[in-house]
Design a binder for this molecule. Structure first.
Ligand SMILES: Nc1ncnc2c1ncn2[C@@H]1O[C@H](COP(=O)(O)OP(=O)(O)OP(=O)(O)O)[C@@H](O)[C@H]1O
Length: 372
């Protein structure tokens, strides 16, 4: 059985230090939910609170309607996978996988059947008689995953499970984890500080900073309409420029550098008097023109790197600021360093943020934080 996890007003303190203050969220049944944020923001702390390993100073934790605050971790029916594998070094692969079932005093037939099923599912049958020390990091993590899943947990909790693997294996193991989670439909909470990994693997992501949730949404929603500057810069790459928003005759005009302006139809917080704002534009959302005299932001190509499908440009603006631009490579040309260019932005792709970066002024920001 898979469960919905509800966290209501969770508080965690170490002494006088509040690590998590009044945090609420709902993790839907069967979803792959990721806690993403910089080191020290409280992701592991929150995961351990769900597992029951941490004392809590406030709040309620539910698996479906059942309050679990006072239920011992061993009785919460959770599977856990950590960064450092946590498999028993003195047991073979098969014994490691069977461990949870033996511990639960399952009958022999069940132990054999389920152990075989997960050895097969994780493709580690051929190593069944090996000790962990004779396995690669990726193989060890497969064993850890099989061992966590064999007990049919209601919830799977994973804390940076791929951090110890090299880059190529990390990417490979993402799909292994995602596929197995998908096929079992198990509610999964995953902790990482790697935004690309979070984007690749999650149904929804909660972006955390300093013990608080900044925004909850699908990877696409966070990327396209970040709620604030923190999310805009933490998820993917972006360029932040200064602009001025002003109104007139029902229109909102965004003035950008060099007299370039665009009209926006999706401003939520409309203004008449000019208001200083920040704009966030992803590197792939500019168009480059080499014709001078066109309306746009003026710049000079500072460097260009050809990466096959895409070419990455660093462009120096007339203000002296440097921004990153990614263009699909075309057969005919890479724009050489030193070329004067004009940049235009695809206006539906612009995000307009308040000057302090605290909020997105546009419509269509998804934030499921309030769901709980
Ligand atoms: N046992 C503890 N005693 C005191 N402070 C702690 C303890 N465990 C964690 N902290 C503090 O709580 C904060 C959050 O830690 P946590 O491990 O949850 O962060 P994290 O987001 O998972 O970071 P990382 O990605 O580095 O693991 C940190 O400032 C940490 O120093």
């Amino acid at each position: 059985m898979s469960v919905e996890i509800t966290i209501a007003n969770a508080v965690k303190k170490y002494g006088d230090n509040t690590i998590i203050g009044d945090l609420s969220l709902t993790i839907r049944e069967g979803e792959f939910f990721t806690l993403l944020g910089p080191s020290g923001c409280g992701k592991t702390t929150l995961l351990r609170m769900i597992a029951g390993f941490n004392s809590i100073e406030g709040g309620e934790f539910f698996f479906n309607e059942k309050l679990i605050n006072d239920i011992d971790p061993s009785r919460r029916n959770i599977g856990m996978v950590f960064q450092n594998y946590a498999i028993f070094p003195h047991l073979t692969v098969e014994q490691n996988v069977a461990f949870g079932l033996k511990n639960r005093k399952c009958d022999k037939e069940t132990i054999t059947r389920e152990t075989e099923k997960f050895l097969r599912l994780m493709q580690i049958e051929e190593y069944r008689n090996r000790l962990p020390e004779r396995l690669s990091g990726g193989q060890q993590q497969r064993v850890a995953l099989a061992r966590a899943l064999v007990i049919s947990p209601d919830v799977l909790l994973m804390d940076e499970p791929l951090s110890n693997l090299d880059a190529k294996l990390r990417v490979e193991m993402r799909s292994v984890i995602k596929d197995v989670q998908n096929s079992l439909g198990i509610t999964t909470v995953y902790v990482t500080h790697d935004q690309e990994e979070a984007m690749a693997i999650s149904d929804r992501i909660a972006v955390m900073n300093k013990g608080e949730i900044q925004q909850i949404g699908t990877p696409k929603a966070l990327y396209q309409r970040p709620k604030n500057l923190f999310v805009a810069t933490f998820i993917g790459h972006t360029n932040i420029l200064k602009g001025t928003l002003s109104g007139g005759q029902g229109k909102q005009i965004l003035a950008l550098p060099d007299g370039y302006s665009v009209e926006l139809g999706n401003v939520r917080e409309k203004t008449e008097a000019p208001r200083d704002v920040l704009i966030s534009v992803r590197p792939e959302e500019f168009t480059i023109s080499e014709k001078s005299g066109e309306p746009g932001i003026q710049g000079t190509v500072d460097s260009s790197i050809f990466l096959g499908l895409n070419t990455h440009y660093r462009v120096k603006l007339s203000s002296g600021e440097k921004i990153e631009i990614i263009q699909e490579s075309t057969i005919d040309s890479i724009i050489p360093t030193g070329t004067d260019i004009v940049l235009q932005v695809k206006k539906e792709k612009i995000n307009v943020l308040s000057e302090d970066g605290g909020s997105n002024l546009l419509e269509g920001v998804q934030d499921d934080t309030a769901e709980a």
